[in-house]
Design a protein around this ligand. Structure first.
Ligand code: DSN
Length: 438
């Protein structure tokens, strides 16, 4: 072979099609898994409250060349060069987040809701300080001080719960606890509390003891963005949220506040406090989702999500289930299975086999282990995105109730009820395609 040809044939550092070939060609194994996951998402009724279905635009932004860019710091104050477009992107995201929630400052960098909350701890309290939050078992969140979380290990956590008779927060109890334990930080919000929170009352409680107030609105941020739920921003010192639940966007977190000094502390806590480089591809997805949530049709989405969650709750109640607090003000609802003699783990597994995806969840005063539980948490955000309305959610409520009835009757083998429900779910989901043409 002449030397010039040998040069052409010499192996390069890149495989063929490195910059051009689609995934299906270069890595069929991973492409197949993604294809099967797309089919799964198309063919199940997704009731996991922390999930949603993002727009093609959000998917595209998250899969963009911002994957390649490393920056640290904040727009105009980066530690790496070539950051002009990263700065532009982050400024768009900040501006939209502030417009969406009416806040003066936004930190759009947290990789998740937990890291947003950890940054708030770092910005507002010292190890050993007292923090008052809702107990995990009553509907709180791991990152609000659960014993297994870093927040529970490094801070002195006091918990409030809910009333046994109605499953709601007892604000007098919260106030009494705050006066007794004198927290530096009070946290409102959680993972499975289904009712609207009285932010003004929490503000008064925090003020009475000189504490900061954090509201974690992860599960209802979409309702706030749609202006159909009270906005915690005017009441709280800091508001955190994830961006991928009812807000229907990229995976990640967001921190809002109105005070310039607090905003500086939060920024320093996120970077360099707990995070390094920014996940700019996720930040691009957040910017797109904030833009989508600013559109008038997002309000209609938020209204439909709430109406659907309430319709599902009402149908489950009509079918003999105990829905904690008797309904919901949130995109989610919590079913207490104790009276029916069922456990959350077996019930969620049976629903899964019937193509209804949800999660087992502790209910207030649950005596089961977290891996078992006595409850199920259902959410309406994803189903509403694909176009389900009240009739579809009522049908889903009936199908879920059929499966649970079957499980009560045949705890050892619920196959017949699962197969019957799965057939109906296949018909239902086929009528509401997602990402068609992909
Ligand atoms: N916070 C968890 C949940 O509520 O499901 C995960 O986002």
């Amino acid at each position: 072979m002449p030397p010039s040809d040998r040069r052409k044939a010499a192996p390069t550092t890149l495989h063929d099609g490195y910059f051009t070939a689609p995934l299906a060609e270069t890595d069929p194994a991973v492409a197949d898994v993604i294809g099967r996951e797309t089919d799964r998402q198309q063919s199940v009724v997704e009731l996991i409250a922390s999930e949603n279905i993002v727009s093609r635009a959000v998917l595209e932004a998250q899969g963009s060349v911002f994957t390649n860019k490393t920056v640290e710091g904040y727009p105009g104050r980066r530690y790496y060069g070539g950051a002009a477009e990263a700065d532009a992107l982050e400024r768009i995201a900040i501006e939209r987040a502030c417009a969406l929630f009416g806040s003066r400052f936004a930190n759009v960098q947290p990789h998740s809701g937990s890291q947003a909350n950890h940054a708030v701890f770092l910005a507002t309290v010292q190890p050993g300080d007292t923090v008052l939050s809702m107990a995990l078992g009553a509907g709180g969140h791991l990152s609000h001080g659960a014993s297994v979380n870093i927040t529970g290990k490094w801070f002195k956590i006091e918990n409030y719960g809910v009333r046994r008779q109605d499953g709601r927060i007892d604000y007098d109890e919260v106030e009494a606890l705050a006066r007794a334990c004198r927290p530096k930080l009070v946290i409102a919000g959680g993972s499975s509390y289904p009712r609207a929170i009285d932010f003004a009352r929490f503000r008064k409680i925090a003020d009475a003891v000189g504490a900061r107030l954090l509201v974690d609105m992860a599960h209802f941020a979409g309702l706030v963005a749609g202006a159909i739920h009270p906005n915690p921003v005017p009441h709280a010192d800091i508001v955190t949220t994830t961006t991928y639940k009812s807000l229907r966007g990229a995976r990640g977190g967001l921190i809002l506040c109105n005070d310039a000094d607090m905003a500086r502390k939060i920024d320093a806590a996120v970077f360099p406090g707990i995070q390094g480089s920014v996940m700019l591809h996720a930040l691009a997805g957040k910017a797109v989702c904030f833009g989508e949530a600013l559109r008038p049709e997002f309000r209609r989405y938020a209204e439909a999500t709430l109406a659907n969650a309430r319709a599902l709750a009402a149908r489950l109640i009509a079918r003999g289930h105990d829905v904690v607090t008797g309904g919901t003000d949130m995109p989610l609802l919590l079913v207490d299975l104790r009276r029916r003699g069922l456990k959350g783990d077996l019930a969620s597994a049976s629903l899964d086999r019937a193509a209804i995806a949800c999660n087992k969840n502790a209910v207030p005063f649950d005596e089961e282990k977290p891996t078992v539980t006595s409850g199920l948490r259902f959410g309406a955000s994803a189903g509403t995105t694909r176009g389900f309305g009240v009739p579809e959610f009522e049908r889903i409520g009936d199908l879920a109730a059929d499966v649970l009835d079957g499980l009560c009757e045949n705890p050892a083998d619920n196959t017949a009820a699962e197969l019957a429900a799965a057939a109906s779910i296949r018909d239902l989901t086929a009528r509401f395609p997602i990402y068609s043409g992909q």
